[in-house]
Design a protein around this ligand. Sequence first.
Ligand SMILES: [Zn+2]
Length: 127
Amino acid sequence: MILSQIHVKLDPELKLQILEKVGVYSNRFSISEPKILLTTKEVLDMPKEMTEGRRTSAYKYYGVSYLQHNMVFINVRKIPDEKNLENTLVHELIHMRFPYLAHGKRFNKLVRQGLRGKTFLPYQKRK
Ligand SMILES: [Zn+2]
């Protein structure tokens, strides 16, 4: 880690801003608002079965989606700036809206569209 990197500081105001953004994007993406975890401590405090597979490793990532539990970890302390914070938020919420979709070109396109304010109809489970 580069020491001079300017990290996003997690204070109550930022926390509120993040939750507001999650609300806005969740509406646009037609998903139910996920539970948001903002520190690795919150991840570790969750029941083990909810964070299985991405528990002690969560700190490595900017964000983690726990799709089955409608829960998202935004690693605020690791994220270097506002732009990356917004990208991470939208990235994780796109996972929630398109749970079948893996990372790739189509996924990145949806993230870009989401960042530009696109709305998506509710997810219909495919048969
Ligand atoms: Zn992802």
